[in-house]
Design a binder for this molecule. Sequence first.
Ligand code: GTP
Ligand code: MG
Length: 251
Amino acid sequence: MCTDCGCNDNRQHTIGSGDENIVHAPHSDPLLVQVHSQLLLQNGQQASRNRALLEQHNITAINLMSSPGAGKTSLLERTIDELKGQYRLAVIEGDLETENDAARLRTKGVTAIQITTGSACHLDAAMVSHALQQLDLDQVDLLFIENVGNLVCPASFDLGQHQNVTLLSTPEGDDKPAKYPVIFRAADLMLITKCDLLPLLDDFDPQQARRYLAAVAGDTPVMQLSSKNGRGIDAWCAWLKDACSHQWTSR
Ligand SMILES: Nc1nc2c(ncn2[C@@H]2O[C@H](COP(=O)(O)OP(=O)(O)OP(=O)(O)O)[C@@H](O)[C@H]2O)c(=O)[nH]1
Ligand SMILES: [Mg+2]
């Protein structure tokens, strides 16, 4: 897909039905590894600058990551309804194409900057830096960054955020933390979304999802919610308020 994170690396791999049939992908070409390392180093430097800028303006930044369609924008719509009167909110939206998500959020009365990445399957710190230049940072308390829908690459790119939130929607299956550990390990909070669908899904067990998460990410907190019926949104907003009350200083 993208040209810089290595996800289009054509390494051979096979997945079988049992452990004996799993062939682990071989290590990449050392030159490729070097290029990726350099890229991640530069990204990290830009992310540190982004974070310092946000902190100069007392802004808390939350990076939302999930597979496509897990409910990131719907959650933001709900969250904006709940918090609009209490915090000055802004959103940076990441998608390959279209301004649809930013347009949805603007109807809620918040500033939303859309980044269209073209072919890149994640946001990076330079893209976020560019978007930050379009915001009046003195008018923002809480900034959401909705990353491109993808359970792999976004985890590798620091954007300058203060907290990572990874969404797992119930129709995706409860085994995703086990299969995509990197993005769940990066999370400061996992949200199990679309919980209104649980009565219809006979094979999503929230306790099993929590166990899979614990196996890869220890005691990362988990919340269950639904943007459709509003259950769990209070606890999520309380978590956000707690994040906003924190005095962030550059790591
Ligand atoms: N039943 C149910 N559907 C939901 C919920 N949240 C979102 N959806 C639906 O899921 C679909 C995708 O929701 P979005 O909020 O656009 O998902 P997204 O993660 O922002 O998607 P991308 O930006 O494309 O990655 C829409 O049809 C939503 O109506 C929920 O809590 N319950
Ligand atoms: Mg979206």
